[in-house]
Design a protein around this ligand. Sequence first.
Ligand SMILES: Cc1cc2nc3c(=O)[nH]c(=O)nc-3n(C[C@H](O)[C@H](O)[C@H](O)COP(=O)(O)OP(=O)(O)OC[C@H]3O[C@@H](n4cnc5c(N)ncnc54)[C@H](O)[C@@H]3O)c2cc1C
Length: 495
Amino acid sequence: MSTKTMQSPDTHTTAALPVAVIGAGPVGLAAAAHLVRRGMAVQVFEAGDHVAAHLQGYGHVRLFSPWRYNIDHAARALLDAHGWNAPDGEVLPTAAEVVQHYLAPLARTAALAPHIRFQARVHAVTRAGFDKSRTAGRDAAPFLLRVSTPGGIEEHRARAVIDATGTWAQPNPIGIHGLPALGESENAGHIAYGMPDILGAARSRYAGRTVLVVGAGHSAAGNLLALATLAGQAPGTRIVWAVRGTYLRRLFGGGANDGLPARGQIGTRLRALVEAGQLDVRMGFGIRAIVRTPQGRLRIAAEDRSLPAIDGIDEIVAATGARPDLRIASELRLRLDPWLESTDALAPLIDPNEHSCGTVRPHGHRELTQPEPGFYAIGAKSYGRAPNFLMATGYEQARSVVAALAGDLAAADDVQLELPETGVCSVDFANQDKAAAATAGGCCGGPAKLDASACCALDETKKAEGKAGCGCTPAAPPVKARAPVAPAAPQACCG
Ligand SMILES: Cc1cc2nc3c(=O)[nH]c(=O)nc-3n(C[C@H](O)[C@H](O)[C@H](O)COP(=O)(O)OP(=O)(O)OC[C@H]3O[C@@H](n4cnc5c(N)ncnc54)[C@H](O)[C@@H]3O)c2cc1C
């Protein structure tokens, strides 16, 4: 790549600059649609050479939310104005179909197309003329984005920045400690992260082989179901499933109680596979090391040395979640949750240590606001390492944040979000797992709150009445709970 530095035309007033949206995934494009609808200038930067590069990467996966949850309102209005043939709201699309029938046509609309740059990876966002430590005059300065393109490095200025880069490109490593397992990078040629196309393009890699799946979320379950189908077609395919935890009920999900039936069925089908003995399940198996044996196969060692190693593995599929790339905004002043790396105020609503109802209290610009005014992380990135993000959540975030940027606080505060629950509330864990019971904090649904204290509104109300929070947990305070987000203490003089 050329190192030629290009400069976007200088604009003198920050207010006249566009809002920069980083990432043309479903949530970034929704933000762009809301900006265009409000007549605000927008510039979208997308690292891939087409829209929704992450969704394209797992295009074969059938989503568990039907179309009606997957389409943003402002995006739909733009598409309708261009004579769009909307898909049936009750049908479950694949990820590729979401791109083909919704996001690609959206990006091609005359309103958006001129404002999207592809092959434009944002490496850094800062305040023009300011490093992180300088304060005086900072808030009036425009943002400066450094963008790598096929033509070289470019710098662009923006009045505000919406970071919708997701987390999918930074998969968590396999190792139990949050670090790569010993030998993980040396054996990278035998490891696929995420959801490879087991029944399609990657079929020959797995057919007739012994495959280890690592992870305990929906992606791991999807991989196991695909491998089980493959095993029925290709003799000699063996499936081993390594799970860090010791508690299967949570992994099987809410079944028929799940507000999204397709999501519930994933767990139900997985349970049937386990009960039928089709998977070699290793519980409590946190992975310490991956060793290549002289026979050319992999031996997987557990951190718990009393557990026998898993031998004879040909391929590993790691579905261990993902983490946000925090480097882009490291020169900005951000307040992130110390352990989820999510936007700080969201953490108590989405912490998988505390609940997993799949609901989240309606939230918007107030919870997403950062100490760096004008910078917002939305979409999957706003959740950091927490799972269970849904597109519908991101669309409401986009709507609220754009309304706030437009100065329409009434619309920005009027957050509405009704999400389907997973059907697995913390109380279910509490019945089976004492440690989970100790940390259960209740489901986080209920009405939107006007402040950003990040407590669960319905939970709070119920507990104040001496009842269980949204019916999931006892009224007693949890043993370990997050402290509500407190405003920063005023700074005193030094000395
Ligand atoms: C396998 C799987 C199945 C899912 N199923 C569902 C479902 O059924 N229903 C549902 O509601 N949700 C589902 N989700 C969750 C979630 O809705 C999706 O992850 C969704 O794609 C998140 O949208 P996003 O726009 O926030 O981020 P992404 O879709 O991850 O988009 C981010 C975009 O930013 C770009 N980008 C990244 N870094 C840069 C950079 N530095 N510069 C420029 N561009 C960059 C990427 O190329 C990408 O196009 C699923 C997730 C996964 C992984």
